[in-house]
Design a protein around this ligand. Sequence first.
Ligand code: ADP
Ligand code: MG
Length: 554
Amino acid sequence: MASMMQPQIILLKEGTDTSQGKAQLISNINACMAVADVVRTTLGPRGMDKLIHDDKGNTTISNDGATIMKLLDVVHPAAKILVDIAKSQDSEVGDGTTTVVLLAGELLREAKPFIEDGVHPQNLIRSYRTASNMAIEKVKELAVSIEGKSLDEKRRLLAKCAATTLSSKLIGGEKDFFATMVVDAVIAIGTDDRLNMIGIKKVPGGTMRDSFLVNGVAFKKTFSYAGFEQQPKKFINPKILLLNIELELKSEKENAEIRLSDPLQYQSIVDAEWNIIYDKLDKCVKSGAKIVLSRLAIGDLATQYFADRDIFCAGRVAEDDLHRVAAATGATVQTSVNNVIDEVLGSCEIFEEKQVGNERFNIFSGCPSGQTATIVLRGGADQFIEEAERSLHDAIMIVRRAMKNSTVVAGGGAIDMEISRYLWQHARNIAGKSQLFINSFAKALEVIPRQLCDNAGFDATDVLNKLRQKHALPSGEGALYGVDINTGGICDSFANFVWEPALINAINAATEAACLILSVDETVKNPKSESAQGEAAGMGRGRGAGRGRGMRRR
Ligand code: ADP
Ligand code: MG
């Protein structure tokens, strides 16, 4: 391209687009700031929700940072990093996804003028890392332990944490109702790490308050055949048999061939088939089980057979439901009905089939091994219940986290302000440029209380000044003050039970993301990969346009 005279060294494919240096960095920063701006307004109890609808016509209403980021379909390679940290925060902590994106965006916003002025990114990165480590030390120091409290006391404290998480969601109006439910569910599954032991079932209709918690397993009645109506619908202390086999007369395989020399033999062939299934059914009955569940179909013959013997059966039970039943009742899933011994049968105190809204539910409660809980969610629109489920997921994660780590900090921006103050103070003693960078980090942390105010319609400057003054008190008595979301002033967030256990991971992730973006000074776009895979898919991190294409919004 450049010179036609000499043979040139071809390193990259023709049409490869490279951008580098300062311009590249600035454009990456701009892209990330644009992403942060999208979720900005969803932060906090007065945050707004986003309605996202995709080209398939699905609509989602959500307040959850990770959900929004996932659905946005960001194509800018640098901005995708923010999507990734939101996702990782979601799986690691469960809450604080908006916070982490905002923090990363703000760290970059603070870095931008320095980069423009020609500061080498590595200097910034080094200072950001130092500041982040100090911040995390400080959070650990400020965290309050809930270890060693009685179970009742703990329950109350955990409910506060759950309520704080829920207060920013659509179901915030009923946060106390749901907070208790979440805490009960989490305590029910104990220290078990299997999150899927909490099932959430959604049944449209009714009001939120009709939602309830089953201390055990519940699932929607499966498809059933005639004869089902005659089966009993309630048992006290039943034995439960779980199967992974079909209890159904099966039609022949298409090319099955049987040769008969005598027409009378035909009957024996038919009989043989019936005998096989009757034999299976008989073994189920003999096992003493009163409830038979199978992951595969239970046909009409079996249904009638069980009905005649006062046994309840359900076929085509979803796999995760079956596993939950197994865990809760102590049963083991059988792949054969030969030799069903007592040990593989489960039991529960009460089994019942109940009407919930328009659906019938099979409910197993009072299970001996505990360790499972099911929340049945009710509510109006589908989108609403979906969002309620996501919100409960956040709350469940937070409660589990608080239970595991046993520490909480003051929310409402209090912890952010306190760390910010601490870093400012520390920076004063540093000679050299890094003083400025650490100050920037400190300033970036203030984005949380500022955004909480903005979203609630308060005068952010005013509130922030009050907070700064309070936190600067030499006695340290103002350390727990955060934004008062009800009055627009400031209050002791800790005393008002605005608690959260989420911040350490958020600071870590945001710093890492910011440093990662600051350390990229060149992206190379490979033209082939883009045209081949479309722009949404395939583009790995670190390559791509880099010309400030921004993000695609729909
Ligand atoms: P994230 O996705 O980051 O969890 P949220 O929308 O849930 O975002 O907002 C969380 C922020 O809202 C936290 O900083 C938390 O301290 C704050 N917050 C929650 N409830 C209250 C409240 N009642 N008063 C003040 N701040 C609150
Ligand atoms: Mg939250």
